[in-house]
Each structure stands twice: as C-alpha cells, then as structure tokens.
Design a protein around this ligand. Structure first.
Ligand code: MN
Length: 132
C-alpha cells in the first residue's frame, strides 16, 4: 500500500483529501506545516508527497527545495498543490523541484491520475501482480 505524505495546513482540505485517499487504498500521513513536512518525509519515507504551497513556518516551495537537496528524500516525487492557477506558480513549483502540479479545488480523479503516474511502474512491479 503506497504511503502518501500530505502537507496541508487547512484542516478541512486535509481531512477531506486524506479520507478520500484512504478510501482509494493509500496510507496517508499528515504534516501541518512545511518544516514538519520535511521532517515527516525524512522519518516516514513516504512514496509520494502532496505539498500545499501556502504553508506556515516554511512554505511549500522551500520545503520542496529542502527535500530535493537531501539525498535521503530527493527521490520522493512531490506534487505541488496550490489555489492559484497561475502559470508563474506552476513554473515556481517546477523550479523548486516539484515533479508535478495540481490546483485546488482538488478534482480527485485528476489528482489520482497524477499520483498513479508518478508512483507508476515501481509500485506495480513490486506488487508483482500486473506483469503481462
Ligand atoms: Mn495552505
């Protein structure tokens, strides 16, 4: 079961998204600010990080930069989540090292597609079930 670290300071978004991901079979661990997001990524070694960009203590861009600068966490895919559909935010997220980007309000099928694309082959291969 893939483990997703959700870094989100908004309680309503956090509760709703984590419940929906758990219903899809993901294990979800939570962090409420960018600093604890970085620490949780180090201690929990999730398979993927969903990173809100607007976060207290350390914003999502800086938290992602730190994850991508640390050999222990740089392989973990990060999907940036932001309320702004501005192309400058997308560029900023990719520059910070985010592997993909999605905008709020979350459309779960779209986000799941991005999650599955990034978890991709390795999860399926290690499960051993879907090899032709
Ligand atoms: Mn936020």
């Amino acid at each position: 079961m893939p483990k997703i670290l959700l870094v989100e300071d908004n309680e309503m978004n956090r509760d709703m998204l984590s419940r929906r991901l758990e219903r899809k079979g993901y294990q979800v661990v939570l962090a409420l600010d960018g600093q604890s997001g970085v620490e949780m990524a180090q201690s929990q070694t999730p398979d993927l990080v969903l990173m809100d960009m607007s976060l207290p203590v350390l914003d999502g861009w800086e938290a992602t930069r730190r994850l991508k600068a640390d050999a222990a966490t740089q392989h973990i895919p990060v999907i940036a989540l932001t309320a702004h559909a501005m192309s400058s935010d997308r560029e900023k997220a990719l520059e910070a090292g985010c592997d993909d980007y999605d905008t709020k309000p979350i459309e779960l099928p779209r986000l799941l597609g991005k999650i599955e694309a990034l978890l991709g082959g390795s999860e399926i291969a290690s499960a051993g079930g879907l090899t032709p």
